[in-house]
Every structure is written in structure tokens, then in C-alpha cells.
Design a protein around this ligand. Structure first.
Ligand SMILES: CC(C)(COP(=O)(O)OP(=O)(O)OC[C@H]1O[C@@H](n2cnc3c(N)ncnc32)[C@H](O)[C@@H]1OP(=O)(O)O)[C@@H](O)C(=O)NCCC(=O)NCCS
Length: 206
């Protein structure tokens, strides 16, 4: 393996990024995932918020997001509602938060710190722009194995307490995120009954 490079999105990478996205969320409705066209739009709207990991010319990871305002008194939302057209149309340079729309590492490249590095780059962006922090709908794939014995709320409480391990949510907690509740009908994925966890990281500088 050559040394990995972390770059900002350019349009030529869109086909590979879209393929990586589909491979990472095999049970999700493709209409809720970033398509090649969405990613091309992202490259025009806010490439600075979209980090791509390259091994040579091969895309092996990505972490994307936009700036927006968020109302914690009305936190329920779906991924497509909050992000707008092409999942980046609601990007507002003056928004208080970085909203994470996507983070994926290719299965052959997981568990070697790439996900953590993508979070480091996002946090660095947030600090440079003096934004309040990062918000996202955290994917919770492990819920598929527990949904018949507990509610989504109970599941995230147990993951948060360290009593259950979730391959994605546990990683978010280890990267400094807090779980602030459950989002219903966030992304169409029958395996996990369309749920996500509302996760938040606050910028310690502010
Ligand atoms: C979630 C995801 C992005 C994490 O990417 P990653 O590159 O594997 O992340 P990291 O390597 O930084 O950390 C993952 C785990 O590997 C561990 N790890 C990191 N470097 C390691 C190393 N060199 N050796 C052994 N373990 C290591 C981390 O401690 C972490 O442990 P945890 O499972 O207890 O949290 C990846 O699993 C993924 O793409 N999942 C599918 C898509 C998805 O769910 N995206 C999230 C949408 S909200």
C-alpha cells in the first residue's frame, strides 16, 4: 500500500465516491445515499467540507458535511430534509454547525485509524471557522440484531453506557461525540427500521 493522501473533493472523484457509498450501506434506499450527481454538486457547493482518502488513485474513504443552523428544540429530521438538494443544497456558509452527511471507509481499510483522521480533519475545519461543533445522524447498524428485544432508545442508551458495542456508534463515541436522542425515519433502511442516533460534538474552543 502506498501512503494514503487526504484531499478535498474534486468532480473527477465523484464516480468512485458514489460507488464506495453504495457498498458501505447495502441495505439503505439508494435514493437516500449520495449519488454521483449529488457528489458532483458537492464539489461545486462546498468541497472544503468533503474530505476524500486516496490510496494511489483509488478512493478508500470519505467524510462529507455542510454548514447549517440547527434547532435543538425540534431535533427530528431526515437526512434528505435537512441537507436539501443533492444533500448539500442547504449549505449556509454562516450556519453555526458542521452537519456530517457521510463518513465511510472501504471495508479493506477499516480499523487502522482512517475514520479517526477524517474526524480530525472535520474538527479542524470546525475550529478554523469557529463553528459550534459537529452534528450528524449516526448510523447504528448493530441495532438490526437487537431490534426485536428493545427499542431504538434503549439500544442507544446501552451503546452509550458501553454495555453494547455498535461498529459505527461506538466509534463515534470514541471520537468525542455524545448521543442526544434517536431520529425516527432518518434514512430508509429496513434492517434498522430507519433509525439513526442524533450525535453531537461541541467545539471546545467556544
Ligand atoms: C465507521 C467507519 C467510518 C470507521 O472507519 P475506520 O477507518 O474503521 O475507523 P478507525 O480505524 O478510526 O476506528 C475504528 C476502530 O478501529 C480501532 N482502530 C483504529 N486503528 C487501529 C489499529 N491500528 N489497530 C487496531 N484497531 C484500530 C479504533 O479504536 C476503533 O475501535 P472501535 O471499533 O472500538 O471504535 C467505518 O467502519 C465504516 O465505513 N462503516 C460503514 C459506514 C458507516 O457506518 N458510516 C457511518 C455513518 S454515520
Amino acid at each position: 500500500m502506498t501512503e494514503l493522501r487526504y484531499v478535498n473533493l474534486t468532480e473527477d472523484l465523484a464516480p468512485q465516491c458514489a460507488a464506495l457509498e453504495r457498498a458501505a450501506f447495502p441495505h439503505a434506499d439508494p435514493d437516500d445515499l449520495l449519488s454521483e450527481e449529488d457528489i458532483r454538486a458537492y464539489a461545486r457547493v462546498f468541497p472544503e467540507g468533503f474530505f476524500v482518502v486516496l490510496d494511489g488513485d483509488r478512493v478508500v474513504g470519505q467524510g462529507a458535511g455542510i454548514f447549517l443552523d440547527f434547532d435543538f428544540d425540534h431535533p427530528q429530521h431526515s437526512i434528505t430534509e435537512i441537507t436539501g438538494e443533492h444533500q448539500c443544497g442547504n449549505h449556509d456558509p454562516d450556519g453555526d454547525w458542521y452537519y456530517g452527511t457521510d463518513i465511510v471507509v472501504h471495508p479493506d481499510y477499516r480499523r487502522r485509524g482512517i475514520g479517526r483522521e477524517l474526524y480530525r480533519l472535520r474538527k479542524d475545519l470546525v475550529r478554523r471557522y469557529r463553528k459550534r461543533g459537529i452534528i450528524a445522524g449516526g448510523y447504528m447498524p448493530g441495532f438490526a440484531d437487537h431490534k426485536h428485544e428493545m427499542s431504538a432508545e434503549e439500544y442507544v442508551a446501552k451503546v452509550s453506557a458501553g454495555e453494547l458495542y455498535d461498529p459505527t456508534l461506538t466509534f463515534q463515541l470514541e471520537n468525542g461525540f455524545e448521543i442526544r436522542g434517536v431520529l425516527a425515519d432518518y434514512l430508509r433502511d429496513p434492517e434498522i427500521d430507519n433509525y439513526a442516533a442524533l450525535i453531537v460534538w461541541e467545539n471546545p474552543d467556544l
